[in-house]
Design a protein around this ligand. Structure first.
Ligand code: SF4
Ligand code: SF4
Length: 440
C-alpha cells in the first residue's frame, strides 16, 4: 500500500522535484562536441548503466577499470554531450582503448548502438592527434586504402622494407604470394543458379588474394556466375573505425555505383561484410539501405543455399573455428561457417575456449594499442593451440594476421585458412588440380 507523501497527496502521479531528470542533457549547458559527427543524444540515452555488458568487454576484463568498460566510455561521451567535460586527451584515451568489437552491443538488454556511438566519438578525437600521427593515418586510411595501385606497390615492396619495419609490424604483415586477381567474370560450373557480385576488398585482395580466388571457385562450383566489378574500392570499414566517417561515406558512394547492377553482393571478410550491411545507416539514403539488404557473407550464402558438399577431404581433419567479432557480434554468423565445414568429409570441428573473445586485431588496434592487442593475441593463440587442431578457420583478414602472428610466437605450425579456402581445397581434392592452380 502506498503511503501519502508529507503534503498528504498521493505519491503516485506526484510531480518530480525540480531539476530531477533521468537521462538527457542538463538544461542550459551547451554540448562539448566539436563540429562534425558526434554521438547522438538519443543513442546515449539508451544506456541505463546496468553494467551487464562489463564482463563481456575484453578491455574491462583485462584492466578491471571502469574507464575501459562500455559503461565508462558511454559515461564519458555523456559528460561531453551534457557540456560537463571536453573532448580532450583523457576522453581520447577512453575511446582509443576500445576495440569496437561490439561484444557490449550484442549483450546489451537496452540495445545500445555502441558501434555507431564509438565511431562518431572517434571523429571527435581525430583533431587532437599530433601532426605526424594525423598525417600517417591520413596516408594509410585516406590515400592508400582506396587506391589499389598504391596498396599493390606497398605489398610489392614489403619484402624489401621488412627489415626496416618496426618489429611488431614485421611480425604481423604476411608474406604474400598474390598470384592473379580474381577474373572479372567467373562462369558457373554445371547448372547455373544466378549471378552475384563479389567484394574483393583492399587488404584481402593484396595480402590474401588466394582467399578471393577460392571464394570465386567455390561459388562457381555451386552454380553462381561471379562478377568482380573492377570499379569497386575499399569498403570503408577501417576509415570508419578510426574516426574518418566522411572518407567511409565517399568510399560507400563509390561502391554503390560499382555494384549498382548486382542483385547480391557477396563478401568474404567479416569486417567488410559487417560494415556493408550497415551502409544504409552510414549514408542515410534509400539506395544505400537497398544495397545493404543485398549483402551476404560468403559462408551465409553457401551454407543457406543448398551447398554442394565435396566428396573429398582437403588433407587434414581437426579444424578449430575462430569467430571474428564482426561475424559473431554484428552479423550473428556462428552456425554458418560451421555448417559449411561440417559438409566436408572427415572434418572434425573443435571450439576454442572463450571463442567469443576478441583476438585483438580490431582494424589497426594491433598496431596502435600494442600492449592490449598483444595480450589478447597471446590468449587467443594459446586457446587455439590447446585445441590440438591442425588448422584454424578464420574469415577475417585482420584476425588471420593477428592469429598467425600469435601462433608463430608460440612456435606452432598450425595453419590459418579461410573456411572457403578449406571448402575449395576439398573440391580440388576431388580431381587433379588444373594447370596453374595452386591449392596447397
Ligand atoms: S551498454 Fe547496455 S548493458 Fe552496458 S551498461 Fe549500458 S545499458 Fe547496460
Ligand atoms: S566495443 Fe568491445 S572493447 Fe569496446 S566497450 Fe564494447 S565490448 Fe568493450
Amino acid at each position: 500500500m502506498l503511503e501519502p507523501d508529507a503534503t498528504g497527496g498521493a505519491v503516485v502521479g506526484a510531480g518530480l522535484p525540480q531539476g530531477a531528470r533521468f537521462v538527457g542533457p542538463v538544461p542550459g549547458l551547451e554540448p562539448g562536441w566539436r563540429g562534425g559527427d558526434a554521438p547522438a543524444d538519443a543513442d546515449l540515452a539508451t544506456c541505463v548503466a546496468c553494467g551487464l555488458c562489463l564482463p563481456h568487454c575484453p578491455t574491462y576484463r583485462l584492466t578491471g577499470d571502469e574507464s575501459a568498460s562500455p559503461r565508462g566510455r558511454i559515461a564519458a561521451m555523456r559528460l561531453v554531450a551534457e557540456g560537463r567535460a571536453e573532448v580532450d586527451a583523457t576522453f581520447a584515451r577512453f575511446m582509443d582503448l576500445c576495440l569496437v568489437c561490439r561484444a557490449c552491443e550484442d549483450v546489451c538488454p537496452s540495445h545500445v548502438p555502441f558501434g555507431r556511438m564509438m565511431e562518431r566519438a572517434r571523429v571527435q578525437v581525430e583533431p587532437l592527434r599530433a601532426g605526424r600521427e594525423r598525417l600517417l593515418r591520413r596516408l594509410g586510411l585516406e590515400v592508400a586504402l582506396p587506391r589499389r595501385w598504391l596498396l599493390s606497390l606497398a605489398r610489392t615492396f614489403t619484402p624489401l622494407a621488412r627489415p626496416f619495419l618496426p618489429k611488431r609490424v614485421r611480425g604481423l604483415v604476411p608474406r604474400a604470394r598474390p598470384g592473379p586477381r580474381v577474373p572479372a567474370v567467373t562462369d558457373p560450373v554445371g547448372e547455373p543458379k544466378g549471378t552475384l557480385a563479389m567484394l574483393t576488398g583492399c587488404v584481402q585482395d593484396q595480402w590474401y588474394r588466394e582467399v578471393n580466388r577460392a571464394t570465386a571457385r567455390a561459388l562457381a562450383r555451386n552454380g553462381w556466375r561471379v562478377l568482380a566489378p573492377r570499379a569497386q574500392t575499399c569498403c570503408g570499414a577501417l576509415p570508419a573505425h578510426h574516426g574518418r566517417l566522411e572518407t567511409a561515406r565517399a568510399l560507400a558512394r563509390r561502391n554503390l555505383r560499382a555494384f549498382a547492377e548486382a542483385d547480391l553482393v557477396v563478401v568474404n571478410a567479416s569486417g567488410c561484410g559487417a560494415h556493408l550491411k550497415e551502409i544504409g545507416e552510414l549514408l542515410g539514403t534509400d539506395d544505400a539501405a537497398a544495397f545493404a539488404s543485398k549483402v551476404r557473407d560468403v559462408t551465409e550464402l553457401l551454407a543457406g543455399d543448398g551447398l554442394r558438399g565435396p566428396n573429398a577431404n582437403p588433407g587434414f581433419t581437426r579444424v578449430a573455428v575462430h569467430d571474428a567479432c564482426h561475424a559473431l557480434r554484428v552479423q550473428h554468423l556462428r552456425e554458418e561457417p560451421r555448417a559449411l565445414l561440417r559438409r566436408i568429409p572427415g572434418i572434425e570441428l573443435v571450439d576454442v575456449a572463450d571463442g567469443d573473445r576478441c583476438c585483438g586485431a580490431a582494424g589497426l588496434y594491433n598496431v596502435l594499442q600494442p600492449q592490449t592487442a598483444d595480450e589478447l593475441m597471446r590468449r587467443k593463440a594459446e586457446a587455439i593451440a590447446a585445441t590440438g587442431a591442425e588448422v584454424v578457420a578464420s574469415a577475417n583478414p585482420g584476425c588471420t594476421m593477428q592469429i598467425s602472428a600469435g601462433l608463430r610466437a608460440l612456435g606452432t605450425d598450425l595453419r590459418v585458412l579461410h573456411p572457403v579456402e578449406i571448402l575449395d581445397r576439398a573440391y580440388a581434392a576431388e580431381e587433379p588440380a588444373r594447370e596453374g592452380e595452386v591449392h596447397a
